[in-house]
Write a protein of this length. Structure first.
Length: 256
């Protein structure tokens, strides 16, 4: 299967999952509850997970899938995988359950430790963002421009529900005075489109929240790095809970 065919399958799988989530919300049959870590989950998350697992397992037999809504296999099992998928079936559950539209379906394909293909599907609009390593990114099938010019001062985007005084203080220390708000991985789509240049997170994100977004950003001229070291954030690792991270313009001197 060629990479364009792989991406087409990922897109269709994400689209079906998103369609089902919207159907369940419209029907009012979400059966919301809280997981052991206190985060919200609903029937929409679980059914989207099952649809994605079925679609990917059928099309890519033998390629493992790690999803937010399933137990994570032990590192001893995962570490030698030649490839696997990282999936968030419904990113932005809090807003989704409030009836808001800032949620998406994230699917990333990793070959070894590297994300090579990604889709982020926004069910309310039907728009899918996608990226292929080294071959660019697109929005709704239209190629996205690679960002090479950035405004001064740069702008930030922050989580609508998970911001903190620590994040706000860090952005202030960077000289940033304009901050947009957005939920889910859509915030990374907004950065890729040109609405902002910086995102900072100190806690609360997992590899399935950021893997697809990382490739989209990189193909649009930005990078996602560990805040403390400046190294590219890796998504194939033992602990899938992300360290503090930073999104910034790509380059040897990104200015942040």
């Amino acid at each position: 299967m060629t990479l364009p065919q792989i991406l087409s399958c990922m897109h269709e799988t994400a689209r079906e999952a998103g369609k089902r989530a919207i159907e369940l919300r419209r029907q009012g049959t979400l059966d919301e509850r809280r997981k052991s870590d206190g985060s919200q989950v609903s029937r929409a998350d679980l059914e989207a997970h099952e649809l994605i697992l079925k679609g990917l397992s059928s099309a890519f037999q033998g390629v493992p899938v790690i999803s937010e809504e399933a137990p994570i296999p032990a590192w001893e099992i995962r570490r030698s995988w030649p490839s696997h998928f990282l999936v968030d079936p419904l990113d932005g559950s809090k807003g989704f359950l409030k009836g808001e539209d800032e949620f998406c379906v994230n699917i990333a394909l990793l070959e070894g430790p590297i994300v090579t293909a990604a889709v982020l599907h926004h069910p309310p609009s039907g728009i899918t963002y996608g990226a292929q390593r080294g071959l660019g990114a697109w929005k709704g099938g239209i190629p996205m421009a690679r960002r090479t010019q950035f405004p001064s001062p740069i702008r930030a985007i922050d989580s609508r529900y998970h911001s903190s005084p620590k994040v706000e203080a860090h952005l202030k220390s960077m000289g940033i005075t304009e901050t947009l708000r957005c939920s889910s991985a859509l915030k990374h789509c907004r950065i890729a489109e040109g609405a902002a240049e910086v995102y900072v997170s100190f806690k609360g994100t997992w590899a399935w929240d950021t893997a697809a977004a990382q490739l989209l950003l990189e193909e649009c001229g930005l990078q996602m790095v560990e805040l403390e070291t400046g190294r590219d954030l890796m998504h194939h690792r033992e602990d899938l809970f992300n360290p503090p991270l930073l999104v910034r313009p790509l380059g040897p001197d990104p200015g942040v």
